[in-house]
Unconditional design. Structure first.
Length: 331
């Protein structure tokens, strides 16, 4: 309880895709763990709007302006996801409502995914699959095409939990890693040889063999990578986006791939999700498309509920919460 008073908690974790909906078993566990509080559940925007008026806490990654405007008692929002860019509208940013997220929970999973697609692109794995289906022993087609992560220059934009894990793994493969982040005064994370600032991105892009985007979505990072940045990339480089789709101008990326300058790209996130069936991105042999799954792992919902539960106990005790978001910075 907060100040000796039971609070009302709205669990609003819903999506057209079941993978992003909290399983009933974990919802029940949460309710059983905090019987002193009153829980309500919303499974769409309309139900969330109808329920939010008198709640103190929202556990969910979506609170839109209309819902926020109806929330008379809201004090704290905890997102079950790391990305909270869609909630950073002026009314919420300017309010006293505390926003926390689940950053860091999927760092290991996303790190593994990033290395997987990087190796697949560098070693032309998709081409190997195609030749396998054709029963073609195409050894000579690969001799001059295979690249390695060892000795490659890896550039990572964003050194949060995900970027740091990618850096650690890439360095273990023998890559030389440069990280781009705002804080230049902090020590370099494990595996990062050099730190550069956001303004240095144009200078760093021409040297990168593998370019990984792991920065949060903010007003400043929407279309961070457009035609200008793609034109600066090294010929034969690969681009990997495991952050948010809106950081990359997909039309510009498509043009860059069509030009043949880039070796390929791997996208787990897109400007509009799900990716439209008519999108030309689906058909490109130099592009790996995965449906926003890099962050999933077997114990995902357990870890999400555990983090929220720990923060709820902290909230009850008046202690600092974990993963508080700087709403003005956007992360």
């Amino acid at each position: 309880m907060f100040g000796g008073i039971a609070v009302k908690i709205l669990v609003a974790i819903y999506s057209p895709f079941s993978s992003w909906c909290i399983p009933d078993a974990w919802l029940a566990r949460l309710q059983q763990g905090f019987p002193q509080h009153a829980f309500s559940v919303a499974k769409d925007d309309a139900k969330a709007l109808a329920a939010i008026g008198d709640v103190d806490i929202v556990f969910g990654a979506r609170v839109n302006p209309a819902q926020f405007g109806a929330a008379a008692r809201l004090r704290w929002i905890h997102s079950h996801a790391a990305g909270i860019g869609g909630m950073l509208f002026p009314a919420l940013v300017d309010s006293g409502v505390v926003l926390t997220n689940s950053r860091g929970l999927s760092a290991a999973s996303i790190g593994e995914h990033t290395i997987m697609v990087a190796l697949a692109l560098l070693r032309r794995l998709r081409h190997a699959f195609e030749r396998q289906q054709e029963r073609q022993w195409a050894q000579d087609e690969f001799v001059d095409e295979i690249r390695t992560l060892r000795g490659a220059r890896v550039l990572i934009v964003g050194l949060g939990a995900i970027g740091c894990e990618v850096a650690r793994l890439a360095a273990a493969f023998g890559a030389s890693v440069t990280g781009i982040r705002r804080r230049l005064d902090a020590n370099a994370p494990a595996g990062v040889e050099r730190i550069a600032g956001p303004a240095d991105l144009p200078r760093e892009l021409p040297h990168a063999d593998v370019f990984v985007i792991a920065a949060p979505q903010t007003v400043q990072t929407v279309h961070l990578i457009g035609a200008r940045e793609l034109a600066l990339m090294k010929e034969g480089a690969v681009l990997i986006n495991v952050s948010r789709g809106k950081l990359v101008d997909e039309a510009a990326l498509l043009a860059a791939l069509q030009s043949g300058r880039l070796r390929g790209a791997a996208l787990d996130v897109f400007e509009h999700e799900p990716l439209d069936r008519s999108s030309p991105l689906w058909n490109r042999k130099d592009l790996i498309v995965t449906p926003h799954v890099s962050g999933f792992f077997p114990d995902y919902w357990r870890d999400v509920v555990d983090l929220f539960s720990d923060n709820l106990r902290r909230y009850e005790a008046g202690q600092p919460l974990r993963n508080v978001v700087d709403k003005r910075a956007g992360y």
